[in-house]
Design a protein around this ligand. Sequence first.
Ligand SMILES: Nc1ncnc2c1ncn2[C@@H]1O[C@H](COP(=O)(O)OP(=O)(O)O)[C@@H](O)[C@H]1O
Ligand SMILES: CC(=O)N[C@@H](CCC(=O)OP(=O)(O)O)C(=O)O
Length: 259
Amino acid sequence: MRKQDLTIVKIGGKLIENEERLSSFLNDFSALNGLKILIHGGGNMATEIATKLGFPTKMIDGRRITDANSLKVIVMTYGGLINKTIVAKLQALQANAVGLCGADGNSIVSKKRAVKEIDYGFVGDIETVNTRFINSLLEQGCVPVFSAISATREGQLLNTNGDSVAAEIAKAMSSIYNTQLYFCFEKKGVLANPQDENSVIPEIDHKKYQQLLEEKVISEGMLPKLHNCFEALDHGVNKIFLGNADVLKMGNSCTKIIK
Ligand SMILES: Nc1ncnc2c1ncn2[C@@H]1O[C@H](COP(=O)(O)OP(=O)(O)O)[C@@H](O)[C@H]1O
Ligand SMILES: CC(=O)N[C@@H](CCC(=O)OP(=O)(O)O)C(=O)O
């Protein structure tokens, strides 16, 4: 029997900050047929609030170095302001959204990243996704909305890259559903020339990905994003797309990740 479809969408922090683009995106998201899950970032807003509080931000290859103060800002910003704003807007669009972080329902258990060359601080690498719990929400007609936060078995909250949260949820839920994963960010897709908004690469396979890495066409936040795309593709996720706030609209140009 064919599995039921599940759509998983990650929305990046730069889109969340723009009220018009966020509303338009949430309209499209709420109108999607079938079961769905939303994951959001909020990196830019956390940086802005941390700066106002006098905590400088350090990023390495698109990943935040998270000390105790930045973790507090992150939990308040992602788990509080952004998550609840999105949930309220989705409720107004008749989607029964439920806001979560990885600690809720023990949904995403992670491990603090081991210190190798770099000490990332309170950053989590996901170990398990509680598919039973997430599925119970879907079966009740809820739309889970996850922030980019996970927790250890010992109860330590950890900052967790939003793209990784989306990819790990999609991978895990692929055991039950036919999954499609969308990464929604500022650009129309992966660009051959990051300065040219119209240079969207329509399809990327493993070979092209290696080539883009070698040619250094991808950098910063695009590095974890594409890494997560191929992780998901290699672990059962059926379809993966990268595009801007209009990526859920029919016929919109974007990048498709293929085998
Ligand atoms: N080849 C590329 N194509 C598109 N964006 C790229 C590319 N290389 C680097 N980037 C950068 O990566 C960013 C996306 O990563 P990130 O900011 O982490 O996304 P998100 O909004 O999901 O947090 C783009 O806004 C762009 O600045
Ligand atoms: C460990 C790590 O880097 N976590 C990310 C989580 C937020 C995120 O992914 O937000 P965007 O989607 O807006 O980039 C961060 O703090 O920036």
